[in-house]
Ligand binder design. Structure first.
Ligand code: DSN
Length: 455
């Protein structure tokens, strides 16, 4: 059955699919038992561990099937109807489907579904709108920004003159500070987007600042794309000149990126081209060659699923679970950055709360089957490889259809484990084996009780 209302159910013209995939599975097992074993191990690992990493979500099996499909065999430079290779009849249909679904899901006028990742999409925007050396302004990496928003170690920071804004004392984006930085450095591009920011982003405030200094505004919504689709976080589409996102963090889709625009698509640049024309050429031929067509097929699936009531329910659950996690951790004496969350992210200051570094906490929890990631926090005294914070996300818990009692149980377990863990140095730690063994059993029980949907 099609999951998108109004679309016809696809006839099973591809009756050969089942035997193709069964044959492929058999063939993999026979011809490469080692790789087959690794695949099985990974599926089992994902089933038996609690993934609370904020920057991922388990792609639905259907999206994974589309990604592993025969579309991988097609080289298709160009766009639907304007390819540089033959054999694109079905590819054109799939890409057009993905475009229409992206536009519908994000209520956008323009969508490009070819970016290999959100980082690539960000590079496309920068390389298309700026000249090397031009100033840009993004959230500092330490404050929860992203590498591709101008970090010194990234091509964005090497190619352009990047300036950063930080967070205010309450751990919130300080729009006065953004404005001061913008007035001081006159960036050509302001980037609004975060990787470890638990609060709502004020897109109109960013646009006002961008307009005041004559900058373009790029909104990178990779972390919150699902909430935006579901209307649970304000959409940047009416405010930003260009919006980028990935499709794997909160859309339960394949690894890949999108570029989206609202009315700004028809805006003319000084060279007479529209933003739409500029982004089309920015992807191909400026920054990419042939698109990853199988990934586009999986994006089409995920974007279709994103407009279903079931997806909206998952997004509601994501917010509810994160809010519960924050409350539970606070209730057990843990300091939470920005005092709570509006989205799927909870960042805990484990150093000041429990006397343990982020890296030690991450590793101790991983030993017990709970997966999070170390994260720097505002004013952190430790480098990114150590950190004072831990970042939690609720996308994975929502995929397991957790309820608030489940979250309370996990929060209690996390605090219990981190309290029992002793830091021996910044990175070395000790977790008593009997506590670890007991935690592993408890995590396994939770995973069995709440399997990942479809897994
Ligand atoms: N942006 C990084 C993160 O949020 O974890 C990886 O995608």
């Amino acid at each position: 059955m099609s999951h998108v209302a109004g679309l016809p159910t696809t006839p099973r013209s591809a009756d050969g699919l089942s035997s193709f995939y069964e044959g492929a599975l058999d063939s993999l097992e026979l011809s490469d038992p080692l790789l087959f074993q690794f695949l099985g191990d990974e599926l089992q690992r994902q089933r038996e561990t609690l993934a609370l990493v904020a920057s991922c979500s388990p792609a639905t099996p259907a999206a994974l099937l589309a990604e592993g499909s025969v579309f991988a065999n097609v080289t298709a430079e160009g766009y639907p109807g304007q390819r540089f290779h033959a054999g694109c009849v079905n590819v054109d249909k799939v890409e057009q489907l993905a475009i229409e679904r992206a536009k519908s899901a994000f209520r956008a006028q323009y969508a490009n579904v070819q970016p290999h990742s959100a980082s690539t999409a960000n590079q496309v925007v920068m390389m298309s709108l700026l000249s090397p050396g031009d100033p840009l302004l993004g959230l500092d990496l330490d404050a929860g920004g992203h590498l591709s928003h101008g970090a010194a170690v990234n091509v964005s920071g090497r190619t352009f003159t990047a300036y950063g804004y930080g967070l205010g004392t309450a751990g919130l984006i300080d729009y006065d500070q953004v404005r001061e930085q913008a007035l001081a450095h006159r960036p050509r591009l302001i980037i609004a987007g975060t990787t470890a920011y638990p609060r709502t982003i004020d897109w109109p405030a960013f646009r006002e600042i961008a307009d005041e200094v004559g900058a373009y505004l790029l909104a990178d919504i990779s972390h919150i794309a699902g909430l935006v689709v579901a209307g649970l976080h304000p959409s940047p589409i009416p405010h930003a000149h260009v919006v980028t996102t990935c499709t794997h963090k909160q859309l339960y889709g394949p690894r890949g990126g999108l570029i989206l625009m609202g009315d700004s698509a028809t805006m003319r640049l000084p060279n007479g081209k529209t933003l739409e024309q500029t982004m089309q050429r920015g992807i191909f031929p400026l920054m990419q060659g042939a698109p990853i067509v199988n990934s586009i097929a999986a994006k089409a699936y995920a974007l279709g699923a994103a407009t279903t009531p079931a997806f909206s329910e998952t997004m509601i659950r994501i917010r509810e679970l994160a809010a519960t996690l924050a409350r539970e951790l606070v209730g057990q004496g843990i300091r939470i950055m920005s005092d709570g969350t509006d989205n799927h992210i909870v960042v805990a200051d484990v150093l000041s709360s429990l006397g343990i570094t982020g890296v030690a906490a991450e590793k101790a929890l991983e030993e017990c089957g709970i997966l999070v990631n170390k994260n720097r926090i505002a004013g952190d005294i430790h480098p990114p490889s150590v950190t004072s914070g831990l970042r939690f996300g609720s996308n994975g818990m929502a995929a397991r259809r957790f309820d608030t009692d489940d979250v309370a149980e996990v929060a209690g377990l996390v605090v219990e484990l981190l309290t029992a863990t002793k830091n021996l140095s910044d990175t070395a730690y000790e977790l008593p084996p009997e506590i670890r063994a007991d935690a592993c059993r408890r995590v396994r029980k939770i995973c069995d009780r709440r399997p990942i949907a479809g897994y």
